[in-house]
Design a protein around this ligand. Structure first.
Ligand code: 5GP
Ligand code: ZN
Length: 112
């Protein structure tokens, strides 16, 4: 499968990694939308949040643990936002589940 995030997870495309274990990878976004902007992905391909089910939701729970751990490590105590875009209307451009974490600026709500 020609999936850019599967290639990043496999180390075939370089990324600036923050955290990695057997299940997940966290790395900085190539086009940051905030002073801190990183992505957390499952290493195993999941197309989007629409494909989360009872068989893989444990990975999503683990991702949120990892995000909290990184937030403490990066001193994001003033707050941050976790976003997953789904499909065309959601603005998803890479078809591999990923959670954006944006921080270190005041973020608008609602998003555009
Ligand atoms: P989406 O638009 O699907 O929610 O988010 C995809 C994100 O992946 C975008 O923020 C984009 O900047 C980022 N991205 C796309 N290709 C690469 C890449 O090769 N390396 C990194 N680090 N980020 C990427
Ligand atoms: Zn993939």
């Amino acid at each position: 499968m020609d999936c850019i995030f599967c290639k990043i997870a496999a180390g075939e495309i370089p990324s600036t990694k923050i955290f990695e274990d057997d299940q997940v990878l966290a790395f900085y976004d190539a086009a940051p939308q905030a002073p801190v902007h990183f992505l957390v992905i499952p290493k195993k391909h999941i197309g989007s949040a629409l494909e989360i089910d009872a068989n893989n939701s444990n990975q999503v729970a683990h991702i949120f643990e990892v995000i909290a751990s990184i937030a403490r490590q990066l001193d994001l105590d003033n707050g941050y936002r976790v976003v997953t875009n789904v499909g065309d209307d959601g603005g998803q451009t890479v078809g591999h589940l990923h959670f954006h974490v944006l921080a270190k600026r005041k973020l608008a709500w609602p998003p555009g």
